[in-house]
Design a protein around this ligand. Structure first.
Ligand SMILES: [Zn+2]
Length: 366
């Protein structure tokens, strides 16, 4: 990882050639897919990116409370991608989070993914790495140019793999850098995205950030009861009875590291334990227990996900935890409960890097 990489990302963010928020969505999508993979990938596909971009815009096309309207993501209009997602959300109002598994998704979801994918292929992907007068493909290489005919893309979408190469090939070290710098780049991109939306919509509201990128706190409350039952009425961290005080649904991997709202990343804990954990990464004992819960209680977690219509993607949650623990520097302090922190050698964390490998076996589920 090199500092020049980060500087080039800053230049991409600063360039004014975009009339919509797409470049932010593409950057965040690339980071998320690299982090989720568990280890930095050599390439991803435009189809994967489209799915992730749909998830990013999904909460943003809700009506914004202060104006009761849907926010513009483009100068003078909603923006094509937001329009597509809004139309889909309106066609299935019961969906809280975007479907993860295509076979069970309501009709039209595949078409939505295809249309969003085309929008990304057409414009932001060929343009993203153009800074100033020139272009430097320092993040990824693609095998098409701006102006690629839609017919070629549609033929590929209809199963003709030779019509269009859908790979986004990372430059050597680029995926590693995106993972290593994600804690720096993500908030920067989110902040600039907010600034652009604010200016497009003439807003000043401070609550905009929380609306665009925050977790819906009210919705998390729906998980209190089922998680309490799953954990036998005990705090995930201190194992004390939850009857002794208020409890809260906690993101096992802190939200500030990666915004994973998947059920596997959520545990129920005392408010007091939660407050002490803050943004620290939990120690190995907790990590083991967390990993084991997703394996042993998988069918109960499926039942909770079904009953609450909560998204569950165990593979992603494992991948994210593995990536983030791999990225921590030597001597990092992990939270071991209460006020206790412990310094660890990165070598001790190799066990966490293996989370998710167990899922690569043939009976992969959930
Ligand atoms: Zn506790």
């Amino acid at each position: 990882m090199t500092l020049p990489f980060l500087e080039k990302v800053l230049q991409v963010l600063a360039q004014g050639g975009f009339s919509a928020t797409y470049k932010y969505a593409v950057l965040l999508g690339l980071i998320d897919l690299c982090v989720e993979a568990g280890h930095p990938p050599t390439s991803i596909t435009t189809a994967q990116l489209a799915r992730r971009v749909v998830e990013l815009y999904w909460p943003q096309v809700r009506p914004f409370p202060a104006t009761r309207g849907v926010l513009r993501q483009n100068r003078g209009s909603l923006g094509k991608i937001a329009e597509l997602i809004l139309a889909y959300r309106q066609s299935c109002p019961d969906l809280i989070s975007p479907p993860r598994l295509a076979p069970t998704a309501p009709a039209g979801f595949e078409a939505l993914l295809a249309n969003v994918e085309w929008k990304l292929v057409e414009m932001p992907l060929p343009r993203l790495q153009r800074v100033g007068g020139g272009e430097e493909r320092f993040i990824y290489e693609i095998n098409w140019q701006e102006g690629v005919p839609e017919g070629r893309f549609r033929r590929y979408r209809h199963g003709d793999g030779s019509a269009f190469d859908n790979r986004i090939l990372f430059q050597p070290g680029a995926a590693e850098s995106l993972v290593a710098f994600s804690a720096v780049i993500r908030p920067l991109v989110q902040q600039q995205w907010s600034v652009m939306v604010r200016s497009m919509n003439g807003l000043r509201e401070a609550e905009l950030d929380a609306f665009l990128f925050g977790v819906e706190r009210i919705a998390l409350g729906a998980l209190q009861r089922p998680l309490r039952a799953l954990q036998g009425g005990r705090c995930f961290y201190c194992a004390g009875p939850l009857t002794t005080g208020p409890s809260e649904v906690d993101h096992f991997l802190p939200w500030s590291r990666y915004p994973d709202d998947g059920l596997d990343n959520l545990v129920l804990a005392h408010d007091s334990c939660n407050l002490k954990k803050l943004h620290f990464l939990a120690d190995l004992d907790f990590g083991r227990r967390w990993h084991q819960r997703s394996l042993d209680d998988s069918s109960r977690l499926d039942a909770i996900a079904g009953a609450t219509r909560w998204a569950r993607d165990r593979e992603r949650s494992f991948g994210v935890v593995a990536s983030v623990y791999q990225g921590v520097p030597d001597g990092v302090r992990l939270w071991c409960g209460g006020d206790r922190l412990r310094r660890v050698d990165v070598g001790d964390l190799s066990e966490v890097h293996g989370f998710g490998r167990s899922l690569l076996s043939p009976q992969k589920a959930g």
